[in-house]
Design a protein around this ligand. Structure first.
Ligand code: FES
Length: 103
């Protein structure tokens, strides 16, 4: 069973924010899509573009380098050049803390 670890506070990630956090020495993103929080890998599955500098459209995160978009609900790559899904992680909120299980 996965263990959840605190990576940020809810106050760090207001609606529309893409917050870069760290878990076990690796970067991950906490994204607030209209009040709904998601946790995912920080790097694009195409050529490791920095998704923290990407743009958010609803629950879709778009890479700043070549424009691939990922659905944060599933990780699905919605358009090329990326075709590998983005890793997304279970997340809980307890007492204002965002906790993530990386698997
Ligand atoms: S690195 Fe993200 S689309 Fe190319």
């Amino acid at each position: 069973m996965s263990e959840f670890a605190t990576v940020a506070r809810v106050a760090d990630v207001p609606p529309g924010a893409i917050f870069e956090a760290e878990l076990d020495g690796e970067s991950l993103l906490i994204v607030n899509a209209g009040g709904e929080l998601f946790a995912c890998d920080a790097l694009c599955t195409h050529l490791d573009g920095p998704l923290s500098h990407g743009t958010l459209e609803g629950t879709v995160l778009r890479c700043p380098w070549h424009g691939s978009a990922f659905d944060l609900r599933s990780g699905e790559a919605l358009n090329r050049p990326a075709h590998t899904p983005l890793a997304c992680f279970p997340l809980t909120v307890t007492d204002g803390e965002i906790r993530v299980a990386r698997g």
